[in-house]
Design a binder for this molecule. Structure first.
Ligand code: ADP
Ligand code: MG
Ligand code: MG
Length: 913
């Protein structure tokens, strides 16, 4: 028989899948001998079965009965009793904590009879009726789906009638009357009596917790946090203990370390004479743990001991819920506590220094996402007088300050005048793009992390906060209303894309000390800090130690995508061990555009040669600069990739220009006929080269085969640059990468041509040239014929952007903004495949190409140069499949270094051949 119910004495902390986080940790505390009120956990499996069958499994009813009886026997009390009744709470608890998403019902077991028992046991009639009142209220709302305002309103009416303001001023008689009133609400709203039978209360509450797994808000939360929908929640049935039995009772929450700085010590809040939910509700000011010590030294001492035991046991920061009932401490919950990015690094190294964890474990305890948070400029948290308007979702990190504007056109106009603006919309759509580009930040009151605003802002690296629902954005009146506050267009606001906070007025920004460290080294970064800023100094040291350790243990090398010598320089500073992708197309822009235009328009060989000859020295100089910067490190240069018409004027603009000039000429106006003639030739070329779908058209290796001399020019420039560097005493490691090949024949053709040129240059310059030639693997056919491709290519670099486009048939620029949010809502994708590699589809192609490529050529070098190279989750995948390196934009290099180290620690050495 399946086992659906576990007593707290049976489980342990490693059973989160089955018992949920709360249940597993309650069991663990019980095992440790800490004072946990007895109880049991109903498994997530029971929830999954319930969701499938639509009814509680019959075995579950039996097991609950047995667990209840054991509980009653242990305590010598029973549910619904006249004298000293057993009461329980029914608490949700999934594998991953989902704060505020699901429900808990307290005081189950109270009814018209046991409320008398509770009075006798507690000697406090008021307390007993207040507990009953709370039960009907919570039960009515969460189990019977009655509008909670109905109860709240009745409570207010009663207080008003009695002329009191606090709940605590109502008498036992008042509360008894309120209970009758509440029962009436239940009868009217649900068409049934409030259930008097404790077991019925319990079963209904269990079902309600199961159902709360599937509420809209819970589903939405899981989508955002990437928590699978099919996990289900566990249910914990816990003996009630009461913090509201007088001044010798109370309830609190605490942390074993400061969750924002990591400092060891005890931090927490305590509220005397209160039940758990009162602390969070903030109805009274809480006391510190030091005050608690004064009040009740014995319970405080016991709590401190429990905290120490938990931290030693979990070897991490723990957060804890506890209650004191008449001088007796009870532990109600613990978990490894959430923390800020900075605290994560500090706590990890502190624990190493306290000899509680190893450096490998320290590395596991931080993430690349946390590191990148630490790299963005930050609001100065020390600045006084910040006015918080509201909090939304942190969609794209950074700290932005600017004038609020409410439409794209104004944003662009003001930005053109040199103003910093923040574009504020209810939600954005593709029409807002211009304004989003012009703005320093984007703020919306609607939408989630994959809304248009979020996706586009992240793509552009613009700070963005979305879904700040408390803000009433009125684009017609051009104002934001928050309560009574009104923020008009032009007023300055500040948004924090790492925390989701929105402030009125400007907040000072400080550059990230972590970036200073990455750029200038540890000593320089520390020297720049104010002498008393020990906290930041500790953070910078912690990042240094963990990153250094990551570098020592990682197997993956980290390269950068860099197109210019300056980018290459920056990449090296950030720790790049090579260039994985040097795009060459920008080398044809600016002044050089006319040369490529001449090449495209050339009718005869002589004209073409002249254009190519003019380009050669320019291109060679570019390569010399980059190879000098990357001396001694691999530098992968990709031959020209985009369709050539990208270098020509826009079709519509040129058509209009020609049409106008033709007309003016006909009207006898002053027109330069030579220019018109040139434009006509150009227009013909543009028309000839126009493509319905350029992404899949004449580009990449296809250009090299169709346009005579183009690749040859680039290959010669690379070879001559390398030769020059050798003669200058350098150690150039240039590699030539062929883009968009689908067939091995394409590689053969280019390779033959390249080898001839390399030999020619080597002979002419009198140097030996070793320039590997490889293929960018970015089409499914290339991956599927990897064994043959590897016969010709000395290395593969996965171009996962195009590989994702061609595998899914998505044109990224067209689909991301257009319907990805809908696709995410509807569960087709859980995260954009352009952000994190799609393991099962695109990843499978990568796997095939790795295996077949290596079997054909064992020393094949394998890397990735798509955006995914800097995405934490994807880095782990590339480690697992056994690539040699990942390449990403310079800014993401530190994140990739960290995650590559974590991948080595978490999954072992990976597939190292
Ligand atoms: P959440 O997951 O939202 O924190 P909990 O299940 O922890 O919900 O319960 C809500 C509140 O009720 C918490 O403050 C908790 O400490 C308190 N609580 C839960 N069970 C009991 C109990 N058996 N006795 C006393 N207080 C309880
Ligand atoms: Mg809790
Ligand atoms: Mg590509």
């Amino acid at each position: 028989m399946v086992k659906y119910v576990y007593d707290f004495s049976e489980g342990n902390k490693d059973q989160k899948d089955l018992l949920g986080g709360k249940g597993a940790n309650l069991a663990e505390m019980t095992r440790l001998g800490l004072p946990v009120p007895p109880g049991f956990t109903i498994t997530t499996e029971a929830c999954r079965t319930y969701m499938e069958q639509g009814d509680l499994p019959p075995e579950l009813r039996v097991e609950v009965t047995m667990a209840l009886r054991r509980l009653e026997d242990t305590l010598g009390r029973s549910l619904g009793d006249f004298y000293d009744p057993l009461l329980v709470s029914v608490r949700s608890g999934a594998k991953f904590s989902m704060p505020g998403m699901m429900e808990t019902v307290l005081n189950i077991g109270l009814n018209d009879a046991s409320v008398q028992g509770l009075t006798k046991f507690s000697g406090d009639e008021r307390f007993a009726w207040d507990s009953y009142r709370r039960l009907i209220q919570m039960f009515g709302k969460t189990v019977l789906d009655i509008d909670g305002d109905k109860f709240a309103h009745a409570l207010d009416t009663m207080k008003h009638a009695r002329g009191v303001t606090a709940d605590t001023d109502l008498t036992a008689a008042d509360l008894q009357e309120l209970v009758e009133h509440f029962k009436g609400i239940v009868r009217d709203e649900s068409g049934r009596e409030f259930p008097q039978h404790p077991r019925e209360q319990l079963d209904l509450a269990i079902t309600a917790v199961f159902n709360s797994w599937n509420t809209d808000r819970a589903r939405l939360y899981r989508r955002r946090e990437r928590i699978p929908n099919d996990l289900g929640t566990a249910v914990n049935v816990v003996t009630m203990v009461f913090g509201n039995l007088g001044t010798d009772s109370g309830t609190g929450v605490c942390f074993t370390r400061d969750p924002s700085t990591g400092k060891s010590g005890d931090y927490g809040d305590y509220l005397p004479n209160a039940q758990g939910e009162d602390v969070v509700a903030g109805i009274r000011n809480t006391l510190t743990l030091a005050d608690f010590e004064q009040l009740d030294p014995a319970s405080h001492g016991e709590l401190r001991q429990a905290m120490r035991r938990l931290e030693t046991h979990y070897r991490d920061l723990c957060d804890i819920e506890f209650t004191v009932e008449r001088g007796k401490l009870w532990m109600l919950q613990t978990r490894v506590g959430k923390r800020t990015a900075g605290a994560a690094f500090r706590i990890a190294t502190q624990l190493v220094d306290e000899h509680l964890i190893t450096m490998d474990e320290a590395l596991e305890r931080v993430t690349g996402a946390q590191l990148s948070k630490l790299m963005f400029p930050q609001f100065d948290s020390a600045s006084e007088g910040r006015v918080l308007l509201g909090t939304g979702m942190a969609a794209s990190p950074g700290a932005a300050v600017g004038a609020a504007v409410f439409d794209s056109v104004t944003a662009q106009a003001w930005a053109a005048e040199g103003k910093d603006v923040i574009l504020v919309r209810r939600e954005t759509n593709p029409d807002d793009l211009g304004g989003m580009i012009a703005a320093v930040g984007v703020l919306t009151s609607r939408g989630g992390k994959t809304s248009h605003a979020a996706v586009v802002a992240r793509g552009m690296g613009t700070t963005c906060v979305v879904g700040a629902e408390k803000l009433d954005v009125d684009v017609v009146k051009r104002e934001i209303r928050v309560g009574k506050k009104v923020v008009k267009e032009g007023e300055v606001i500040a948004i924090d894309g790492s925390s989701g906070e929105v402030f009125l007025g400007s907040v000072p920004v400080v550059p990230s000390p972590v970036v200073r460290y990455l750029e200038e080294g540890l000593d320089a970064a520390l020297a720049l800090l104010p002498a008393d800023d020990e906290e930041t100094a500790e953070l910078v040291r912690a990042v240094d130690r963990i990153l250094t350790h990551a570098d020592a243990v990682r197997r993956l090398r980290v390269h950068a995508n860099a197109d210019t010598a300056e980018d290459a320089h920056r990449a090296r500073i950030w720790g790049a061990q090579g260039i994985g992708l040097c795009r060459t197309e920008h080398m044809f822009l600016g002044d050089r555009r006319v040369l490529i235009e001449r090449l495209i328009l050339a009718q005869e060989d002589a004209e073409r040669h002249a254009a190519l000859d003019a380009l050669l020295p320019l291109q060679r100089a570019d390569f010399i600069d980059i190879l000098r910067e990357m001396d001694g490190l691999p530098t992968t240069i990709r031959l020209i990739d985009p369709p050539l018409h990208e270098f020509l004027p826009d079709l519509t603009a040129l058509s209009v220009k020609v049409a106008l000039a033709t007309e003016r000429l006909a009207n006898g106006a002053d027109v330069d006929p030579a220019e018109l003639e040139r434009d006509k030739v150009l227009l013909a070329a543009v028309e000839r080269m126009h493509e319905a779908n350029p992404m899949l058209g004449l580009r990449g290796v296809r250009l090299g085969i169709v346009v005579p001399g183009l690749f040859a020019l680039q290959i010669r420039a690379v070879a001559e640059a390398a030769a020059q560097r050798i003669k200058d005493g350098g150690r150039p490691h240039a590699e030539i990468m062929i883009p968009l090949a689908a067939s091995v024949m394409e590689l053969h053709l280019i390779r033959d041509e390249a080898e001839k040129i390399l030999a020619e240059v080597a002979a002419a310059e009198g140097v030996e040239l070793h320039i590997p030639i490889g293929a960018m693997i970015e089409l499914p056919r290339a991956a599927l014929t990897a064994d043959r491709m590897a016969g010709v290519a000395e290395f593969f670099s996965f171009g996962t952007n195009d590989l994702t486009q061609t595998t899914w048939g998505f044109s990224r620029d067209d689909v991301e903004g257009a319907f990805f949010s809908e696709y995410t809502e509807r569960g087709v994708i859980s995260v954009s495949p352009f952000e994190t590699i799609d393991r099962s589809g695109v990843g499978r192609l990568v796997r095939i190409a790795v295996e077949e490529g290596r079997s054909a050529r064992p020393d094949l070098t394998l890397g990735v140069c798509g955006e995914h190279g800097g995405d934490p989750e994807s880095v782990h995948f590339f480690h697992e499949v056994g690539l040699d390196y990942v390449s990403c934009s310079p800014f993401r290099v530190p994140v990739a270094r960290l995650e590559a180290g974590r991948a080595s620690v978490v999954t072992g050495g990976g597939d190292t051949r």
